[in-house]
Ligand binder design. Structure first.
Ligand code: TMP
Length: 259
């Protein structure tokens, strides 16, 4: 098979040209970064697990009518997606105080927020993804007001759905990050959910013990990082106990074939 053309390489994923125009292949790496890539490492098997978790969540969101870029999973580390024009804004939805909110406003981590908060960050690594307001988005034309209304509506629906989905498996959805992209239909653009939803971009705590089951284990050197990602996949019914070694076997197999 001819080598595929790489379109983009991010910190945790690579995008390749897809089989048809308007499609891309999204490859999930094991690489992890934190604090604007000042901390780097690998989480063994993360790519395989995030590919599965994101497939599971995007498929369910499509069923409840949230449009997403996901088409289908191709293999252990790759999924076929629709090509979108990424809107350069990270949307963070918070239900419980943690992370930068706790730090910035001095609110104890774990405090239930009286209402859900949506925050926006400008997606620019060189600037360290600064927090922005609606005014900046309008002023610099990063998205239209209609697009921002659609994004906020979808973010709330995703939050409601995910909060319930995780609660059902004993996990509290503390906060998470979404990205959206435009697809064009003639002169009209529509906004759909893009990127991924996985323990890389969510804070997930065990409901009973408050144990962290997400990337904070890597950010804060808490240990048990691989196990935490596996635990989320296992509770979602995506990983049988015997699959845990399969995740690693797949990589060995792949390396032997030189891909
Ligand atoms: P924060 O508390 O560090 O602002 O993060 C809020 C949520 O957004 C948390 O679930 C992690 C996620 N997130 C990302 O996915 N990418 C990022 O670059 C940052 C800063 C946060």
């Amino acid at each position: 098979m001819a080598r595929r053309r790489q379109i983009y390489e991010g910190k945790a994923k690579i995008l390749y040209e897809g089989p048809e125009p308007g499609t891309l292949i999204q490859y999930f790496k094991d690489d992890a970064t934190a604090f604007n890539a000042q901390k780097r490492g690998t989480i063994s098997g993360k790519g395989v697990i995030n590919n599965r978790i994101s497939e599971h969540i995007f498929t369910a969101l499509q069923v409840i009518g949230v449009p997403t870029h996901f088409i289908r999973r191709l293999n252990m580390r790759e999924q076929l997606i629709r090509q979108v024009e990424i809107i350069p804004i990270e949307i963070v939805i918070r239900n419980v105080a943690a992370g930068s909110l706790s730090k910035r406003l001095g609110i104890e981590e774990g405090t239930q927020l009286p209402r859900t908060i949506i925050e926006y960050y400008y997606k620019d690594d060189a600037l360290g993804d600064p927090m922005i307001a609606d005014e900046h988005i309008a002023c610099f034309g990063w998205a239209t007001q209609d697009e921002m209304n659609d994004i906020a509506d979808m973010a709330i629906r995703v939050n409601d759905f995910l909060s319930g989905m995780f609660a059902a498996i004993g996990i509290r959805l503390i906060d998470f990050k979404l990205e959206f992209g435009r697809v064009w239909d003639g002169d009209y653009a529509r906004v759909i959910l893009a990127d991924e939803i996985s323990p890389d971009g969510c804070r997930l705590w065990d409901i009973k013990t408050n144990q962290k089951l997400d990337k904070d284990r890597f950010r804060q050197d808490l240990g048990g990082v691989e196990e935490a990602y596996q635990e989320v996949a296992r509770r979602l019914g995506l990983l049988q106990p015997e699959d845990e070694s399969a995740v690693l076997d797949f990589d060995t197999h792949r390396k032997k074939r030189g891909r």
